[in-house]
Design a protein around this ligand. Sequence first.
Ligand code: H15
Length: 253
Amino acid sequence: AVPVSTIVSKSNDDNSESNGKHRLTDDVERIVQEHLQYVREDVSNGWDLIHQDGEMKVYRREVEENGIVVDPLKCFHTIKGVTGHEICRYFWEFQYRMEWETTLDSTKIIEALDPDTVIFFQLHKRVWPAAQRDSCFWSHIRCISHSDEDQPTWLVVNYTTPHPLAPIKSPQVRLVANVALICETIISEPPLDPKDIKRENIQCKLTYVAFVNPGGWVPSAALRGVAKREYPRFLKRFTSYVVEQTRNKPILF
Ligand code: H15
């Protein structure tokens, strides 16, 4: 399989112009900046802790729009032995997705906008008692460096967008999502030579936020039950998967 990171949009289509911009550049920038602001807001007011397991904490705020549950979710976790880049890379790359995702029937890339931004079309597993859902979203990976000394912040944003190759076909309902995974790497007792850093000296501080609108009515209690069960399950399974995959590999900073 060709890694997604090697897919580069061609210059003779409307994705890339000479300035490296594409039709969604401004949207991506706006949503990334919103997440960088939002990640700083704390969860002391109005958020309920719905799950805790060791370092993992999952919070949600109960919100309904026109009777539809759209509860915002905010999760924190700390994972030993991996970097923020590794966590974000495995989350973003298409080739690993079906190995850790348990809530999907299928995933595919329908367009590559630039080397860091692709559009996914996914079919979600049907959740009783709701109709099946699909999703179409741009997915962007980015590294934000603060200074030469500090470790950079890595993030991935998934944001719903329409696409001519992904028309909504009834009875399927489309999920509307705005999701971000934001990671920092902490190095304890850094050796003088960065080449001597070992996995035992690193950990990743992860924040995952999700705004998902089910796109149509689902019984509130059922949806909240599914979310309460599935988000912690995802965090546990996905982060363990990255730890396993990277254990004997060189550290990707
Ligand atoms: O973030 C996760 N997965 C990524 C990669 O597959 C996709 C996700 C996304 C979801 C919906 C639309 C667009 C993008 O970012 C991990 C997701 C964990 C799933 C937790 C279960 C959610 C339960 C609520 C869904 C409503 C179902 C309606 C019946």
